[in-house]
Every structure is written in C-alpha cells, then in structure tokens.
Design a protein around this ligand. Sequence first.
Ligand code: GDP
Ligand code: MG
Length: 882
Amino acid sequence: MTDTKDTDNNSMAGGRTLSLRRNTVEQGRVKQNFSHGRTKQVVVEKKRKRIVGPGTPGGRPEQPVTAEAPAPQPKPVPAPVEVTPAAPQARPAPAAQPETTRRPPQTPSRDNRPGIVLRTLTEEERDARTQALADARVRDAEDRARAEEQARRQAEIDEIARREREAEEKRLAEAEALRAAEEALKPAAERSEPVKAEPEPAPVKAPVAAPVAAPVAAPKVVDIDEDEEARGRSKVKREVKAPVRAKTDAERRRGRLTIGNALTGEEGRERSLAAMRRRQERQKKQTGLFQQSSEKIVRDVVIPEAITIQELANRMSERAVDVIKLLMRQGQMFKINDIIDTDSAQLIAEEMGHRVKRVSESDVEEGLMGIDDTAENTTPRAPVVTVMGHVDHGKTSLLDAIRHEKVAAGEAGGITQHIGAYQVETPSGSVTFIDTPGHAAFTAMRARGAKATDIVVLVVAADDGVMPQTIEAINHAKAAGVPMIVAINKIDKPDADPNRVRTDLLRHEVVVESMGGDTLEVEVSAIKGTNLDKLLETIILQAEVLELRANVDRAADGVVVEAQLDKGRGPVATVLIQRGTLHVGDIFVAGSAWGRVRALINDRGQNITAAGPSVPVEVLGIGSTPEAGDQFVVVDSESRAREITEYRERKRRELKGAAPTARASLEQMMSQLREGARKEVPVLIKGDVQGSTEAIVQALDKLGTDEVTARVLLYGVGGITESDITLASASGAVVLGFNVRANAQARQAAEQAGIEIRYYNVIYDLVDDVKSAMSGLLAPELREEFLGNAEILEIFNISKVGKIAGCRVTDGVVQRGAKVRLIRNNVVIHEGTLSTLKRFKDEVREVVSGQECGMAFEGYQDMRPGDVIECYRVEEIARSLA
Ligand code: GDP
Ligand code: MG
C-alpha cells in the first residue's frame, strides 16, 4: 500500500526529482509537526498517511462499483503515451490528445511505471517542466490538483477533506459547505463517474458553480485542466491567474470533496494537519457524515487529590493546551505546571469525554512502602539499639565510652540535648545506637508507628538503683515488645550495689539471667570502660536471636530519628535507614515533608554518597522539618512525593478538626478560666530545635493541676506555618513560637481566625505566660509591640562602617531606636538594636512600608539577602505574676 501511496505522491509532485524531494520533505514535515504534539498523535498521523495511501486503493473498491478501481492510474497513463483509451476517465483522454507533448512528461511521472516512458520523453518533459517551474508553483498546484482530483475519486472522503483544508479562515465556511454538501454527497459519489465522463461542460464557470453544487465543481476543475492542456501555452496565462483563483480553488475542492473524487494533495500545509483533522472529526461527528472517522478513545483517567495540568493531559492522552483552553473558556487561567484539585480535574476529564476514576484519599499511600522482602534478597543488618534509663545514670557516658569519643564532654551541661544516632564497629559486627534524651522520643516515635529500635539497653546506675524513669523505660520497652538488655552502670563506684538493682528490677517484672530469667544483663562502668566489650557482645548475641535482616538493593526507607532547622543548612533530619540504600539525589518523603537528598552526612560528620540498612545518616535537602518518628521513604518522582505529602498534610489538619472555637488567645483563656468555662489551656508550640521544644513541653506538663492543665496539641521544630494555625484554630489553641516566627501566610491566617501567636526567646517567659493564663492572672497587655518588617535585598560592605543591609520595608514601619530581630527562614538568628537607619544618604527616624532603606545592626554583621528584619518596641508594662 505504502508503495502505491508513494507513487501517487510522486505523480502528484509532477516529476521524478521533484516528487522525490517533496515526498521526503512532506513526510518530514509531518513528523516534525506532530512531534510538537503528543507521540501518540504522531503515530496516528502516520497511520492516517498510510490510510491515505491505502485509501486510494481502498477508495477504488468504491469506484469499482461505479467505475474502475485503477481509475487514477489509467488516467495518467493514457496521457503520456497510449493509455488514453482508458474508458473510465474520459477527460484525460481528450486532454492527452491535444497536449500530448506537454502532458506526457508530467503524467508519466504520476505513474509509477512511467519511468521507462519518461526516458523516451525526457526532453519534452523537461521543456514542460522548465516552463512549469518558471511559471509558478501555483501552476504545479493546479496540475497536482488535477491529479489529486482523479485520485480522490477513490480516496476516502474524510481524508480528502482533511488534506484539502489548508487555510484556517476558510475552514468554517467550508464546514458549512460540507454540511450542505452532505446530502448531496451520496448521489455525488455515484454520479462522480458520469460526471467525469462529461468533462468539458463547465470549465470556466467551475469556480462560481463550485460552492453551490459539489458534484459539478469537480468536473469543472477537470475541464479547466484539460483546457489548459489543450491550449498548451495558455498554461502560462492560467498560472498567472492562479493566485486570483485561490478562493475558487478552495471552493472547487469543497466540491470535489463531496464528490469524493481525486486523491488528496500532499501539498496541503502539513503543520495544521493535526489541527485540521481534529476539527474535521468534530464536524463529522456533528454532521454524522463521516462515521468511519477514527473514534475518540475514551480513557479511564485516574485522578488523585491534586494533579498538574500536564499530568492530567498525559493521563487523558490529550494535549495540555486543550486542557488549558478548556479552562480558559471557563474563565480560569492556568499554566501547564499548575496544580488543580480533583474536582476541577474531574470536570475537565469528563468534559473531554473520558471516564474518571478518583483515587480515594488513603490510596495515595498505597504501595508507598513497596513489597516486603523475602528471605533470599535480604542480608543480615546491624541491630539498632536505644539506650534508655533514668537521668544521670550514665546513658551518654556509656555511649561515649563505647564510641571512644567525648560526646558527653562536648554537650552543654552534660545533658543530652538532641537525639543522636551513631554506629559502632565491633569485632563481631556493627551496632547502631540511638541516644535519646529520655523515653519521650522513643514514645513519640512509637506513637507514629515507627519501630526504629531492635533492642533497648536499660541503663541503671548501681549506686542509685531503679528510679522513676527507669520504670517508665521498662514500660515503654515492654509496650513496644522490644527485648531489653540491662546495663548495670557505675559499678566502679564504692557504693555500687548491682544486686540491689537486680532485685529492684524483679519488682518490675524484669528477671535478669543471673536471677533465672531471660533478660540479659551486664555490669559495666562507663567511666572505667569495664565490660564494654561484653555489653557489645551481649547486644550482638541478642541481635542474632532476633535474626535481623534487610534488603540492601532497593529504594530506601527508614525513620526520622531527629530533625531540626539548622541555621546554616536548612532543615536537617537524622534518618535511620531500615531497608534499602539511600543515595544522594534520591527523592523522598519524610512525614509531611519531602525533598531530594542534597547531601548525606554520617555520624562522624563525613559526607557520604549512600547509606544502607541500620545506618544513621543526616539528610540534607528536605523542604521542611519532619518530626522524630516520621516515616522516611524514597519515592520515584517529585509528583509522587508531593501527592503523598499533600495528602498527609491534609489528613493531619483533618485530624484536628474537632471542637472548633472561634477565637483563641491567652487572655480569653484566662477569662474563660475565671468563668470556669475551660479546664485546660490548649497550646501549640513551635521551637527552633527539638531539645528546647521538648523542654518546654515538659515544663508545661508539670504546670498542670487537678483543675486546669496546659494541653499541648502539637509541638514541633520550625517556623509557624499556616497549617499550624489551622490546627490551632480548630482547637482554639494559642500558638507559641520559641525562637521561631510565623510566615506571612500563617500570620494572615491567624489574623483571620483570631488566633494569637506569641513569640518567646526565654523558656521561662513562655512557661510563665501559660502559667498565668492557667491561673487566670495573665496581664492582658502585650509585652512587645510589632512595628514592621523589612526584607534584606542586598548587603553592602562599606569600609569603616561595616555591613549595611539594603532593605525594603514590607509591612508596618521601621523606626530608629526600636528593637530588631534578624529572621532567616523563620528562625530568629539575632536580636538587638539598629545602629543605622538611612534613606538615601540621610539618617531618618522611620521608614514606612514600601520604601527602601539601609540598616545596620549594632555589633552584628552576619546579615544576608533574603533575611527579614523584624522591628518591634518593648512595652514596659507591669505584670502581676502568679
Ligand atoms: P545520662 O543523663 O544518663 O546521659 O548520664 P551521663 O552520661 O550524662 O552521666 C551522668 C553522670 O554520671 C556524669 O557525671 C558521668 O561522669 C557519671 N557517670 C556515668 N557513668 C559512670 C560510671 O560508670 N562510673 C562513674 N563513677 N560515673 C559515671
Ligand atoms: Mg545523656
């Protein structure tokens, strides 16, 4: 088929070389054009082309009924040499006879076989061609048109129509004509032959008549051609006229269309082919005329909670442009990467005729964790050990001793501030330790469904015995179903009494080995380094019993052990990898945060490129700060990551949807308390680091009495976000920021919801305020008055003066002498006063919103572009403390 098609094309091109070129060029164009669209469409296009080729033959079948299948060929052939007689096509014959000299060259070319004939006639051919070329392309077009007409008779009507329409403006008019021609179509097709038989009738009039009666048009065209041929040189004139005829051409074509004769001309602008096709198909559907046209493929479109225009278009196999146009018609302007919600997506998909399958909320997480590993693809992994115990019983010292590093000495006050995780190499294997500041983190992690720990090492000081937190630790370990190893520490101390520890433990249903139980115990001294090896051996022994294994060769997942907003590096999470291997560059989801691994830092502060199972690693590149205990999973695309985190964020908000209260401020809580309306003070706490946040939570916990308590709805690390406000407003909580700030959206949301946000930089102040609220004694006045914010645009380094921040005041005013804070990524990094406030060269008293100014801090230089300078005034108001 394709062959025939090609040959047809050639014939249309009108010459060997020419035709070849055109062919290739045209095909190329087709591809290019379509490559702008979707791949699938490209394929479709190709098919269409093929169809055209075949269509010709296919069309013939139709003709056979009416005339002869070979119609196209006979006609050309006759012209060149002898075939003239070919009965079906009367016109070629007459034309051929008079024109033989000229025609032959071209006509042969139309045919495949002409090759031979051509050679004999080459000179003539050339003459004719040179003339033709010299004249104009228009002429060629006409010639081709003739050929096409004939070919079209056999071609499918739709195909013709598509190719025909070159000019977009004409299309609409043509469409109407088409409809009009509908009725005439069938008869036309039938008549087509007879019409052909009567070629001469309406040569010149053709153009005029064309629009009216489709069938008539075709014959006319033919006639014209013939006339031209007959006149020979008259061609030139014709060609000159050709441009004038442009319209008539179109009309003629319309006519031809309806007749359904002649093969499609390939010279139609290929670029608009796809567009034409679509439009035509649409029209056809409306008219019901061409039902054999390709049916639109209705697809099942899976729509998640949120989807980009591009992704939606892809899923529907539609062009994104069409989706955007559709939205535009509805008065919504979107860009290709904009995200739309499910409802909108569903409307679009349905509008475009597809079936919609909405994914239910929780489905989003489906398959996130991948398939479980089988025994074959796993290898043994290091045990993960959490050290728990009462404060000062030597947890950190023990870990320190094991690591031979001075962690305890480096810690401020010797108190473990943050959760750390370290891996230790022993002769019999490595062990991963998680050092917690107590059991809170362990519990928090467990509460989030994370099972990070394989073994708990319970540290009990031999000189102190079992203490309250020891008991809590035991309970947590038991609740978690994690095996425990008792490390009886400080046995070097003179008053150490390991046996008392053993019996104490008995009372809490922990029976150690030496007492006939199955809980392994080791007497150690962190300070002297006694029995540390034995402890490690015991751990590994216990691990062997547990048969800990993991698959290394898969996308990583794990658990967030600790996360904080690092001033220099942004959000940083310590992640314990549990399965697979995490690589730099991986895209991951951590709770409701996601990111791409920018760097991996091991427990020794070294940059590494990958981390396998049981390896604790600091991950840089998270978008926001996750929470300890959050699940960490590598996903395969950003869109997937977004989908999951957005779902989780929503879910988190919804969880807090109960008991909404219109307004929440400490002051109101106070009065409510006075009235006895409220028995608890709900608060939401955001801090700069996990340690301080937890300290605050613990302090607030202690405030509670039988009558009133402070209920911490949520605490976390990082700036105050809109979702925090949503949560707070849902429960009527006040939002307390410790060394962090609310971002603009959060501030706005808080204002709208009437939620009070309070900022602190001293834990005592915060606790004090909450306490006052709880006892109903809080002084109503704010301690500090917010004046305004300025954003640093640029830093100027001026000799002798130092660094000056070129700023724009974004809201409120900035006043000289007022107090200022430097805020980076919503975290306060400096507090002080302004040494300079300049507008242009002049020192000014205040700068209002929208203006630019220069600012410098007293004794502080580390400002950076993008930082925000918050300006506030401290109001000295006597407060009555509880
Ligand atoms: P943690 O709060 O459980 O982390 O306890 P630390 O590791 O900070 O230790 C608390 C105190 O106990 C520190 O002063 C240590 O020097 C001391 N300490 C820890 N282990 C031993 C030990 O084995 N022997 C003695 N004598 N003192 C110890
Ligand atoms: Mg410690």
